[in-house]
Design a binder for this molecule. Structure first.
Ligand SMILES: [Zn+2]
Length: 252
């Protein structure tokens, strides 16, 4: 999952303060949260470019950290209950011939403990998934931040490899993030010289230079634009048909 420059990551990030505790500490790898601060255990995204980080990312990381803590607590509680249930069941079985009523009570208590135990372990799994999703969202936010920070400069177009290096992750991971970002128009995927390059999807952060605007128009799908125009025209025609010419003046 995290492979490019993983070894160097811990060292590099020593110079970037942790968004949770502010410590300039090394990072440790984590199965659920990918990278965590060695001091506070909070999840982090290993990107040195300060402009790529944001409050939104911090919130997503906090959510991930919280979900992971909850997962840990629920798992511990669930396993504790399951063990108690198993012991009660064993005791109940041992006492079955000596004290029937007590044994029955123990078996019933065992069933309750096991049911709750399993419920908590399941809940822990859900929380882990939640944490993973929040971490992924934070990584997306930082990837978007990287593109946005470069938008409008001569480094506005970035390859997957460049992003992977900046984020200390694999190109496949970047491609996955970019495909999600592109769906929400947070990034744009452009083919240039038979290679995929990524640019910021946020047009407002780019200077409103004339060539930028015309560039956007060329990249827009002409078929889609034609379809939109056709839909608009047909709607106008419908509206004209529905209203007698006299009411037209009021509408315009
Ligand atoms: Zn920290």
């Amino acid at each position: 999952m995290v492979d490019v420059g993983a070894q160097a990551t811990a060292e590099i990030m020593k110079h970037v303060p942790c968004p949770h505790c502010g410590a300039q500490a090394r990072m440790e790898s984590d199965v659920v949260l990918r990278w965590v601060c060695a001091v506070c255990g909070g999840p982090r995204v290993p990107v040195e470019d300060a402009a790529a980080h944001s409050e939104r990312e911090r919130e997503q990381l906090l959510r991930a950290g919280h979900a992971k803590k909850m997962a840990f607590a629920h798992r511990a509680f669930g396993i504790g209950l399951s063990l108690t249930g198993t012991m009660l069941a064993a005791l109940g079985a041992a006492l079955a011939t000596v004290a029937g009523a007590v044994a029955l009570f123990m078996v019933l208590a065992a069933v309750v403990a096991l049911v709750f135990g399993i419920t908590y372990v399941r809940s822990a799994k859900r929380r882990d998934t939640e944490a993973k999703e929040a971490v992924f969202e934070a990584w997306e936010t930082v990837a978007e931040g990287l593109l946005r920070a470069r938008a409008g400069t001569d480094q506005g177009e970035v390859t997957g490899e460049q992003i992977a290096r900046a984020m200390h992750t694999s190109v496949e991971d970047v491609e996955r993030m970019m495909s999600f970002l592109a769906v929400d128009n947070r990034a744009r995927i452009v083919v240039k010289d038979a290679e995929l390059v990524y640019t910021s999807g946020d047009m407002t952060s780019q200077p409103p230079a004339a060539e930028e605007v015309s560039g956007t128009r060329i990249e827009g799908d002409p078929q889609e634009e034609a379809m939109e125009r056709a839909i608009l025209e047909s709607e106008e025609a419908d509206a004209d048909a529905a209203h007698p010419p006299g009411t037209d003046a009021r509408r315009r």
